[in-house]
Design a protein. Structure first.
Ligand code: AR6
Length: 182
């Protein structure tokens, strides 16, 4: 089995309480805060975060920008606006893939040793959860494998449905990779 899988965890909870070097924020393109996980992160990090976010002047969907994490345990926050799901034919999947890829690229650039991802776009932005999970795992695993960059990675799910979807999908991917390497 690929050894990087030993440093990847599916967890349930509030991402703001995770003791990792970086947490990812499912932001919007203004980067000025909002509801869901974005609201929780801004509330926990404190008003200094908004100040720094204002200076970034927004971020395109699928791209990512990094800030300090202020009152959080984490050192950095990587902000990425996911796609708003319309009909599945408007480039949503490739935009979601870009979110994960660009977050990982920044994490590697900053030499981040542990990172936590929420299920980007699966709340207010309505991306179907199973499809979003497959994209998240596939993109992140492909990145670590290709780039030979092996941080500890948490996929942090807030709702039961997403948690079960991720648990199942992770087991499937592990089995597939095991079969390939046998
Ligand atoms: N920790 C971890 N996951 C969470 C938390 C939390 N504290 N709170 C919610 N989630 P959403 P989106 C999960 O709506 O779909 C914001 O207003 C939630 O269960 O936060 O990308 C932004 O400003 C869901 O599975 O983000 C944007 O306008 C996942 O996080 C917009 O929402 C993502 O849900 C972005 O929508």
């Amino acid at each position: 089995m690929k050894s990087f899988l030993e440093k990847i965890f599916i967890a349930k909870g509030d991402i703001t309480s995770f003791d990792v070097e970086a947490i990812v924020n499912a932001a919007n393109t203004s980067l000025l805060g909002g509801g869901g996980v974005d609201g929780a992160i801004h509330k926990a990090a404190g008003p200094e975060l908004l100040k720094e976010c204002i200076s970034l002047k927004g971020c395109e969907s699928g791209k990512a920008k990094i800030t300090k994490a202020y009152r959080l345990m984490a050192k950095y926050i990587i902000h990425t606006p996911g796609p708003i799901y319309k009909n599945g034919k408007s480039g949503e999947s490739s935009l979601l893939e870009s979110c994960y890829k660009n977050c990982m690229t920044l994490a590697k650039e900053y030499n981040i040793s542990s990172i936590a991802f929420p299920a980007i776009s699966t709340g207010v932005y309505s991306f179907p959860k199973e499809d979003a999970c497959k994209i998240a795992l596939k993109t992140v695993f492909a990145f670590v494998d290709k780039e030979k960059y092996f941080p500890t990675i948490y996929f942090v799910l807030y709702d039961d449905e997403n948690f079960l979807i991720y648990k199942n999908e992770f087991e499937k991917v592990k089995n597939e990779l095991q079969t390939i390497s046998e």
